[in-house]
Design a protein around this ligand. Structure first.
Ligand code: PRX
Length: 656
């Protein structure tokens, strides 16, 4: 099928459908009628719906009210008290789950560790007690910059245990990005490791943290996990006296148990930075009870978790997917999970399939960009392995093209496993549009229907509701795991998410359409946010990083379709007088972005432009840059200050 045929097919919603599997009758939501009934209940009477489910949380003190909705601020389970680490660990103390494997951890070089809930509980207690000895307490902000190792789970849950607010920084971020996040959150403690493995290379994380903290005095301590206990010299680093201490030391200094802090339902649990339309990342924060309930219930329903499942979410804990569907959701359900440190193609492109077969993974949750890469690497890699343990597949992070969906269904799922294409965001906290595997007939490329409690609609620009057709996705009512705000910037929360239609709807920033059967299809971001390899990047962030380079006076960054990454980044750059465009400078500028933000944000290409196309009011016309970069015919340029600029740009791009 050609690209345009595929696009037309998607646009009409007329694609082939896939019925729920034979085991649907045993699923948590066993039929579409049941889904519709429950969903309607959740919308008609959210207080009753969520109030009933909230009895599954372990409360120190019962809540007074399920929901206080003071648009755009929601409070859930007000007056209640609980602790997140208790929900994930202590809760299982007198059950069989306590001795069940919580994590099967696999290091990139091949190490394997099994950790039970009991062992995790012990280590979380010890580390939490050690953090208290160091002087940390409820409300303190703790930055965590760790690779995908078990100590990352321990560190987040230990923070939760003492009531400290964690802010996990993806270990691919640069020193500058760490500094921004530490400063904005006001973190006084950083937890990191000496190093990590990625695609066979050593990454010296502690050195990056040292660079970041060079200019910050507010951080009192840095706790360092030694990644490779066999060879402590592996990752060279230095320790700053009176500030830095090793994880093992912190663990051993505290008592063996640490009483969990009783937290208010609405106390912040964590801050997670994500990109927006300005140069400054936003610190999205989530609170306790609503987030915990939302992640627990959505994990159970969407992935239809059963006690014997082996769950593997391949995301990094540095992103929201890892927070919700590695830590809080799965752990509250007492499931066994695989946690893998490294790259999907190291040492070979079948690393994931080798792990699925060896660990008998039954539920596998990954991103479209990974699926497209697997397609490209060839069917022989998955075919080498016995993938018959799989019963359910999931995808998240960006729209999945039907072709990749079908490949995933056939080659990985052997046409046996339903696929849940889950749409959600850092801000929504939990999966928001999704099939339920036992209930929903799926269509490749569609995230299908709203999850319980999500009152999703499609609106046009004017706020008119569309029953079918294309518009903007919006959510009408509050849901338990929704973000509570942007750290330190209440106004930005109102402006970004609630101002578009007079405060009546939450605006996620995505374009979407509904087909004649009522299925939702996400088209992509409608703001200046690009989803590259499932990573969300604000083009303004890259632009401000570009202009920090001494040779650059102006920059415009756009996303263009990319075969594997979904979207790739292209930077159009205007140089200061006295600087000449060159291949070397383009290489240097790409490296500069890697240094300023992180390697994952490096643009595919840097294009030098004598001038950028602008409207008369001086706004850069990204649409035209996109047309140039994708080789499309020029659109309407009559509003350009200097239409000649575009022709010149196009020529340069083609010569490049
Ligand atoms: O554009 C949507 C896209 O990812 C954005 C959210 O990014 P982030 O906060 O980093 O969270 C990613 C993981 C939850 C959304 O605004 N997105 C996410 N999932 C999907 C998606 N687009 C289409 N289909 C999805 N399943």
């Amino acid at each position: 099928m050609t690209k345009s045929e595929e696009t037309n097919q998607r646009a009409s919603g007329r694609v082939e459908t896939y019925s729920p599997p034979p085991w649907a009758k045993d699923a948590h939501t066993p039929s579409f009628a049941e889904y519709q009934k429950r969903w309607q209940e959740s919308i008609n009477d959210p207080e009753k719906f969520w109030g009933k489910l909230a009895s599954e949380l372990v409360w120190d003190k019962d809540y007074d009210k399920v929901l206080e909705w003071n648009r755009p601020f929601a409070k859930w389970f007000t007056g209640g008290k609980l602790n997140a680490s208790v929900q994930c660990l202590d809760k299982f103390q007198d059950t069989e789950t306590f001795d069940k494997t919580a994590l099967i951890w696999i290091g990139e070089p091949g190490e394997r560790r099994e950790i039970t809930y009991r062992q995790l509980h012990e280590e979380v207690n010890q580390f939490a007690a050690g953090l208290k000895e160091l002087g940390y307490q409820k409300g303190d902000r703790v930055a965590i910059y760790l690779p995908m190792i078990p100590e990352l789970v321990v560190a987040t849950l230990a923070c939760a245990r003492i009531g400290a607010i964690h802010t996990v920084i993806f270990a691919g971020f640069s020193a500058d990005s760490i500094r921004d996040r530490v400063e904005d959150s006001g973190a006084t403690l950083v937890i990191t490791s000496d190093g990590a493995w990625r695609r066979g290379s050593k990454i010296l994380l502690k050195n990056i943290v040292d660079d970041a903290l060079g200019q910050i005095d507010s951080v009192k301590n840095v706790v360092v996990v030694q990644r490779n206990t066999e060879n402590l010299e592996e990752f060279t680093h230095s320790m700053t006296p009176d500030r830095d201490t090793y994880y093992t030391k912190v663990i051993s200094t505290g008592p063996a148990t640490c009483e969990p802090e009783s937290m208010d339902s609405e106390d912040p649990l964590f801050i997670l930075y994500t990109s927006g339309t300005t140069g400054k990342p936003k610190g999205i924060y989530h609170t306790h009870a609503g987030y915990l309930l939302g992640t627990m219930i959505s994990t159970r329903e969407v992935f239809d978790l059963k006690s014997n499942d082996v769950f593997w979410c391949t995301a990094d804990v540095g992103w929201i997917t890892g927070h919700s569907y590695i830590i809080y959701g799965p752990m509250q359900n007492g499931v066994t999970q695989v946690m893998y440190e490294g790259a999907p193609n190291f040492p070979n492109p079948d690393r994931f399939w080798e792990i699925v077969a060896a660990e008998k993974v039954s539920i596998f949750y990954t991103a479209p960009t990974a699926i497209r890469a697997f397609m490209k690497w060839g069917d022989n890699w998955p075919q080498k392995h016995d993938l018959s343990s799989l019963r359910l597949l999931g995808t998240v992070g960006e729209p999945i093209n039907p072709e990749a969906w079908r490949w995933y269904h056939k080659t990985i799922g052997a046409e046996r496993c339903p696929i849940v294409d889950t749409w959600w965001q850092t801000e929504t906290g939990t999966i928001s549009l999704t099939p339920l595997p036992g209930a929903t007939t799926t269509k490749p490329g569609s995230a299908t229907f709203p999850f319980y409690g999500i009152d999703a609609v499609i609106l046009d620009e004017a706020g008119e509701e569309l029953q079918t057709g294309q518009g903007l996705l919006a959510i009408r009512k509050p849901w338990p795991a929704m973000m509570r705000g942007i750290w330190g910037d209440e106004q930005r929360y109102r402006d970004t998410y609630w101002s578009k239609w007079g405060g009546k709807y939450y605006f996620p920033g995505d374009g979407a359409f509904r087909d004649d059967d009522g299925y939702f299809w996400i088209v992509g971001r409608v703001d200046d946010v690009v989803n590259t390899s499932g990573h969300r990047i604000g083009t303004a962030e890259l632009e401000s990083a570009f202009v920090e380079h001494e040779t650059v006076t102006e920059a415009a960054v756009i996303g263009i379709p990319h075969e594997i990454k979904g979207e790739g980044l292209v930077g159009f750059v205007t140089l200061r007088d006295g600087n000449e465009p060159s291949e070397e400078l383009a290489v240097e500028l790409r490296a500069w972005i890697g240094e300023k933000i992180g390697s994952f944000a490096k643009p595919e290409r840097v294009i030098f432009a004598a001038d950028l196309p602008k409207t008369r009011s001086g706004k850069i016309m990204r649409r035209l840059l996109r047309d140039v970069a994708t080789g499309k015919a020029l659109g309407d340029v009559t509003t350009l200050a200097d239409p000649g600029v575009m022709n010149e740009l196009r020529e340069q791009y083609q010569d490049d």
